[in-house]
Ligand binder design. Sequence first.
Ligand code: ZN
Ligand code: ZN
Length: 134
Amino acid sequence: MSSQTASCSCGQLRIEVEGEPQGIGVCHCFACQRRTGSVFAALASYATPFKVSGVATEYVRIGDQGAKFIFRFCPVCGTTVFHTEEGDDESVSVAVGAFSDSGFPPPQVSVYDSRRHPWVCLPPGIKTFEKDPV
Ligand SMILES: [Zn+2]
Ligand SMILES: [Zn+2]
């Protein structure tokens, strides 16, 4: 199985994941917009195990459905590299941009479409949800 490494902007914090992503999605919610500084977040989820190197600071955010998301970001450059959900020890969500791979497969799911900037166009065939589908 192949592994892929995602890294923060300065290279201090890295995560190595195994195999293909279980799912790839974009989120247009305001929390993701603020967190990334971009107008949407792109995330790929991977099955455990994963390997982290470097130091990460944790930031916990409670989602609209009550889920506790634990974001890990680099204390040096501030990039959010990955997050996990409390109670879910089987997967990790990694920021797609942290892979520095413009050939990364496109997202299959778009959530919080109600917050999407109207100029952001989505790939054909993508599933969209007004909010969080969970
Ligand atoms: Zn960094
Ligand atoms: Zn979001």
